[in-house]
Design a binder for this molecule. Structure first.
Ligand code: FES
Length: 587
């Protein structure tokens, strides 16, 4: 028998408070009619009045056949809904854009801001009291947090979880550090095409995100450090029961957040960002994490202070022994207690009063966590795998707005280096010449790649991991200093200077580097310098004025007209907070 309609006094939409289905009514000029119509339509799906009276929890479904990193979405959705209903809420699933690293041209970063706009506007447009955002692949989690930060609702992040590792001829392998390693072996002629295809079957052994400390794992850890996930939400692999339990807990927590009005601005504070930066440095996280943190913080009116971050690096050793900085994979990190183990070790360095989605502080959650145990993935603070933070900030006439290097993944011998510039004008020029036997290059040179910054490519692709020229690779060269205005995958390694700001496409000094110029990299002195006089640089700028790229129409026009540089997170200028209110970290 169908449920009888209740004669609800609150059907008069002028009276009830703005909760649940009554929020954000469509404009027909008559609120009562708007609610009447909304309920009529939703009842077409078989809902009862009793269900529609509950707090509404939106759940963002980013499942897509193009996104195997989100391949466990059906199981996660089911568990989140269970958690929501057990806590007395009404789950309402809805889709947004989904982005996968390998299925987004020209680069996933080009679409991150679009996904953030989709997320923000659907959170604003649809009635919900809290939202569960399910993301995992690199750009999805930052896009969701950027959108939620601007929308201002109670919001909680659910991570899809990492993939399992595979096995190739008895060697454990996982995406994507091993993808690069095996491709490097193939380029150097160390393995043949048959073995290359064989290992290709094993690198991604299940659905889920990359199994090393790439951008996805970095953003998962950062989300937990920010207080945006339930405790323990970062590390369970995608296909485990632990991951499903986290999903159920997330649904339950979202209902609590809706009831208590725990909006995102109470969580994403300057202290929370400081904790996230601390964790980014201690996990040997992806340099992309910094760009994404700058974008999320920018939505909250906070600038990332790169000088303060660099100082934090001096007192924050890398503790997590994961590839590419170390040896293990995400599933080992989870077995070692995950973020709880790391946060306990970092406790003296953290802002413990920062609030989390549970309504408790980070300090309270660390104290409430299960006891520690012997493990070999998270090092003690006095026995780190790298003595300083993973990321160093560089300055000099080549990067007046700063550049970064992931020092924990670089070759110690190359971190103080002066060499001759071998210049590639753009990604196409690189592709055409890098493997030419005629390329004039030695292992002492410095490879310079222009025009892969936010506007240059566009979208600041992960092309900063410039391949070792074929003739050097075949001669056994494993690393060489490389410089660009682009990004690098968190799964990559090498002595690679990234995010040179301002980028070459808008006339940054990088645009005026010539073949044969001398360049000096000194990580010790935080220096990246083009060894020409100021007068010579000024002459080159005058002789070769740069015109910023533009587009005639569409999203590309919006992107090129409004995208900011790396230090502002490559966000669109009009999406950042109207007023900037402070800086983080406060060193
Ligand atoms: Fe999705 Fe690596 S490709 S996380």
């Amino acid at each position: 028998m169908s449920a009888k309609p209740k004669n609800n006094a609150e059907d008069n939409a002028d009276k009830p408070s703005e909760i649940g289905l009554r929020k954000g009514l469509t404009s027909y000029g008559d609120k009562g009619f708007s609610l009447f119509l909304r309920k009529a339509f939703i009842k077409g799906a078989g809902y009862t009045n009793s269900a529609l009276d509950r707090p509404v929890i939106g759940i963002i479904n980013t499942g897509s056949a193009y996104n195997p990193c989100h391949g466990n979405m059906p199981q996660l959705l089911e568990a989140v809904k269970r958690g929501v209903m057990l806590a007395g809420g009404l789950p309402m699933e809805f889709p947004t854009i989904s982005i996968h690293e390998s299925f987004a041209a020209p680069t996933s970063m080009y679409l991150r801001n679009l996904m953030s706009m989709d997320t923000e506007e659907m959170l604003r447009a649809q009635p919900m009291d809290a939202v569960v955002m399910i993301g995992g692949c690199d750009k999805t989690v930052p896009a969701q947090m950027m959108g939620a930060a601007s929308a201002g609702l109670p919001a909680i992040q659910l991570i899809t979880g990492s993939m399992l590792t595979g096995s190739h001829r008895s060697e454990r392998v996982g995406a994507c550090t091993d993808c690069r390693r095996y491709w490097g072996k193939f380029r150097a002629g160390e393995i043949d095409a048959i073995e290359k295809d064989e290992v290709n079957d094993q690198l991604v052994a299940s659905v889920g995100t990359c199994s090393v400390m790439g951008t996805a794992s970095t953003m998962a850890c950062i989300s937990e450090a920010l207080g945006m996930t339930v405790p323990g939400g970062a590390t369970p692999p995608a296909v485990t029961a632990d991951r499903i339990r986290v999903a159920e807990e997330t649904g339950t927590c979202a209902v609590q957040m809706a009831k208590t009005g725990l909006t995102i601005d109470k969580i994403l504070t300057a202290d929370a960002f400081e904790n996230a930066i601390r964790v980014l440095l201690a996990i040997g996280g992806s340099t992309n994490g910094l760009v994404h943190l700058a974008a999320i913080a920018g939505r909250m009116g906070l600038e990332i202070d790169l000088e303060a971050l660099d100082k934090m690096g001096n007192e924050t050793p890398v503790l997590v022994d994961l590839k590419p900085s170390g040896d293990h994979y995400m599933e080992n990190f989870h077995d070692a207690g995950g973020m709880t183990t790391l946060l306990r070790e970092l406790k003296p360095l953290l802002k413990l009063n920062a609030l989390t989605v549970t309504g408790k502080t980070l300090g309270e959650e660390i104290d409430a966590a299960p006891p520690s145990f012997k493990q070999d993935v998270v090092r003690k603070i006095n026995n780190p795998i790298y003595p300083r933070g993973s990321i160093a900030v560089l300055h000099g006439n080549l990067a007046p707005g700063g550049a970064i290097i992931k020092q924990s993944a670089a070759d110690e011998k190359l971190m103080e280096h002066e060499g001759r510039a071998v210049v590639f004008e753009n990604a196409a020029d690189l592709a055409n010449r890098i493997d030419s036997p005629d390329l004039d290059v030695t292992s002492e040179d410095i490879l310079v790649l222009k025009n892969i910054g936010p506007k240059g490519a566009p979208g600041m692709p992960e092309a900063g991991y410039i391949p070792i020229p074929m003739k050097l690779a075949r001669a056994g060269v494993k690393d060489i200093v490389r410089i660009s205005d682009g990004r690098m995958s968190g799964t990559a390694f090498g002595t690679i200077v990234l995010h040179v700001t301002p980028e070459s496409a808008i006339g940054g000094p990088l645009a005026h580097v010539h073949n044969g110029d001398r360049i000096r990299l000194s990580v010790k002195n935080r220096e990246i310098s083009l060894l020409i006089s100021d007068a010579e640089l000024a002459k080159r700028i005058q002789e070769n004025p740069i015109t910023s790229p533009t587009a005639e129409r569409g999203y590309k026009k919006l992107f090129l007209d409004t995208v900011t540089q790396a230090d502002q997170g490559v966000d669109f200028d009009f999406l950042r907070a109207v007023k900037m209110v402070g800086k983080t970290p406060q060193a």
